[in-house]
Ligand binder design. Structure first.
Ligand code: PHE
Length: 475
C-alpha cells in the first residue's frame, strides 16, 4: 500500500503556500510598471475585473480538481476523465509546463540571489553600473549562485508539504509582507514621492487598447499561478473540510493586494530618487527594471542615507524579491516532483533527485544562453524575425507566454464538459455549505463553460500568431 497523501497542517498554511506561489517577481515589479505605463487607475480597474471575473473561477476549478482526485495534475486528469487518452495528454502538458517554467524562473532567481549577495557585501555601486548586468549573467559566478538557490529549494522540498512548503511559506510570506510595508512607508516619506503615486494611480482611459487588455489578462492569469497545475497539486493536499471558494478568494486578494502595494513602492521610488524621469522610458520588462534600473535608483539614495544606508535599502529590496521568487519556485517545482512520486510510486527524496538533475541540465542550457555558447545564445529563429532567439527566449515564449493560456482553457473545458459540472459542484460544496446556490456558484458554473474558455482561446491564438508567425490577429 502506498503512503497516505501528505497534507497541509492548516487552512492558513494552505492559503499562505498558495499565495506564496502567486506572489512573485511579476507582482513586485511587472505589475507596477505595467500599470504605470498602461493607464494607471484604468489598468488597475481592468486588472481587478479580470481577477474576479476570470481568474477566481479558474483557481476554484484547479483547486477542486486537485482535492477531488487527491493527485498531481497528470493523475488527476487521467483518473477524473476515466483514463481518457486525450485528457492524459493534457495532464502531461500540465506537468511539463511548470517544469519548463521552473527552468527559466530558476535562472532569474539565481540572478536575484547574486544581486542580493553583492548588494549586501557593499557592491551596490558595481550593480548600478549599466555594464554589470551583462557581465554578471555571462560570468562564471552565476554557477555558484545557482548551487546556492538549488540547495535552498531542495531543503524546502525535501521537508515535504507540511514541514517544507507550509513551514517555508509561514516564515517567508509574513517576512515579505513586513519588508514590503516597511519599504512602502520609507519610499512614501521621501520628497517627490507623490508624483510617482499619481503617475501610478491617475486613470488614463486613452491608453487602453486591445493589446493592453490582452496583456492585463495574461498578467492576471500568470500572477495567480494558473494554468500550470500548481493549484491542482496544492489542492490535492487539503482536506475535505476546507472551504475552497473562500480559500481561492483569499489567495487572489492577497496576490492582488501585494501587486498593488508593490506599485506604491516602485513608482514613488523612481520619481523620488530620480525626479527627471521620463515615464515613457520606463522599461516594460521586469527583468531590466530589477537588474539595471533599480540599482541605480538605490545608489542615488546615498546622498541622503550614505552608502551603507543605500546598500541596506537595496539589500532589503532584493531580499523581498528573493523570498517572493523562492516560494514561487518551490511551488512550480513541486508539480513535477509530486507527479513523479504518485505516477511512479517513488519516494519524495528520489523524485526530487531525478527532477532536480533534469532541472539542472535545462537550467544550465538556459544560463548558457547569455553568451557562454553560441549554440544556445543563437538557438533558433521564428516569428518572421531575422535575429535568432536564445534557448532561454524559446522556453519563455513557448511555455510562459503560449502554453499557459492553453492549459487554462483545457482546465475550463475539462471541468465543464468532461468531468461535468454536477461532479465538480459536488466536490466544491464539501467544506463550503453556504456556497451552493450562491451567486458566485452560479457564476462560476456558467463562466467556466462559456466565455472564460473563449477568451483564453482568443489569447492563445493571438499569442501563437504574434510570437510564431509575426503578426497579431488582434492588437
Ligand atoms: N505568479 C508568479 C509571479 O507573479 C510567477 C509564477 C509563475 C509563479 C509561474 C509560479 C509559476 O511572479
Amino acid at each position: 500500500m502506498s503512503a497516505p497523501r501528505e497534507q497541509f497542517g492548516s487552512r492558513l498554511g494552505f492559503v499562505l503556500a498558495a499565495a506564496g506561489s502567486a506572489v512573485g517577481i511579476g507582482n513586485l515589479v511587472g505589475f507596477p510598471v505595467g500599470a504605470a505605463k498602461n493607464g494607471g487607475g484604468a489598468f488597475l480597474l481592468m486588472y481587478a475585473i479580470f481577477v474576479v471575473a476570470i481568474c477566481v473561477p479558474v483557481m476554484i476549478a484547479e483547486m477542486t480538481i486537485g482535492r477531488a482526485s487527491q493527485k498531481d495534475p497528470l493523475g488527476a486528469l487521467t483518473s477524473l476523465s476515466g483514463r481518457n487518452k486525450g485528457w492524459r495528454l493534457a495532464g502531461w502538458l500540465s506537468i511539463i509546463t511548470p517544469f519548463m517554467i521552473a527552468v527559466f524562473y530558476l535562472v532569474i532567481t539565481v540572478w536575484i540571489f547574486g544581486y542580493l549577495f553583492e548588494s549586501s557585501i557593499g557592491n551596490l555601486d558595481l550593480l548600478a553600473d549599466p555594464v554589470t548586468f551583462g557581465n554578471f549573467i555571462s560570468g562564471n559566478s552565476i554557477f555558484i549562485y545557482m548551487a546556492g538557490v538549488l540547495a535552498i529549494v531542495y531543503l524546502i522540498l525535501q521537508g515535504g508539504v507540511k514541514q517544507g512548503i507550509e513551514k517555508a511559506a509561514k516564515i517567508l510570506m509574513p517576512a515579505l509582507f513586513i519588508m514590503l510595508l516597511g519599504m512602502v512607508v520609507f519610499v512614501l516619506t521621501r520628497d517627490n514621492a507623490m508624483a510617482g503615486v499619481s503617475f501610478y494611480l491617475v486613470p488614463d482611459f486613452d491608453k487602453i487598447n486591445a493589446s493592453v487588455i490582452n496583456g492585463a489578462l495574461s498578467q492576471a492569469f500568470f500572477s495567480l499561478s494558473l494554468g500550470m497545475g500548481i493549484m491542482i497539486t496544492y489542492g490535492s493536499y487539503i482536506d475535505k473540510r476546507s472551504n475552497l471558494p473562500s480559500s481561492a478568494k483569499l489567495v487572489a486578494l492577497t496576490d492582488t493586494a501585494v501587486a498593488f502595494t508593490a506599485g506604491l513602492m516602485i513608482l514613488p521610488a523612481i520619481f523620488s530618487f530620480n525626479p527627471s524621469v521620463n515615464p515613457s522610458e520606463l522599461s516594460e520588462s521586469s527583468v531590466s527594471m530589477i537588474f539595471s534600473y533599480l540599482p541605480q535608483i538605490f545608489l542615488a539614495l546615498q546622498e541622503s542615507l550614505g552608502y551603507t544606508g543605500a546598500s541596506i535599502v537595496a539589500s532589503t529590496f532584493f531580499l523581498l524579491v528573493f523570498f517572493a521568487a523562492i516560494t514561487s519556485l518551490v511551488s512550480i517545482f513541486e508539480v513535477p516532483v509530486a507527479a513523479l512520486m504518485s505516477e511512479k510510486g517513488i519516494v519524495r527524496k528520489n523524485s526530487l533527485l531525478i527532477c532536480g538533475i533534469l532541472l539542472v541540465v535545462f537550467a544550465l542550457m538556459c544560463a548558457f544562453s547569455f553568451g557562454f555558447f553560441e549554440f544556445f545564445t543563437a538557438f533558433i529563429s521564428y516569428g518572421g524575425s531575422d535575429t535568432p532567439k536564445s534557448f532561454f527566449d524559446l522556453v519563455y515564449d513557448v511555455f510562459y507566454d503560449t502554453i499557459l493560456p492553453l492549459n487554462g482553457l483545457l482546465i475550463c473545458l475539462f471541468v465543464s464538459y468532461k468531468w461535468k459540472t454536477h461532479a465538480f459542484n459536488k466536490e466544491l460544496d464539501e467544506g463550503a455549505p453556504d456556497f451552493k446556490g450562491s451567486f458566485l456558484a452560479r457564476y462560476v458554473n456558467f463562466a467556466l463553460g462559456t466565455f472564460i474558455p473563449l477568451i483564453l482561446l482568443v489569447i492563445f491564438a493571438n499569442t501563437v500568431a504574434l510570437k510564431f508567425f509575426g503578426s497579431a490577429l488582434i492588437g
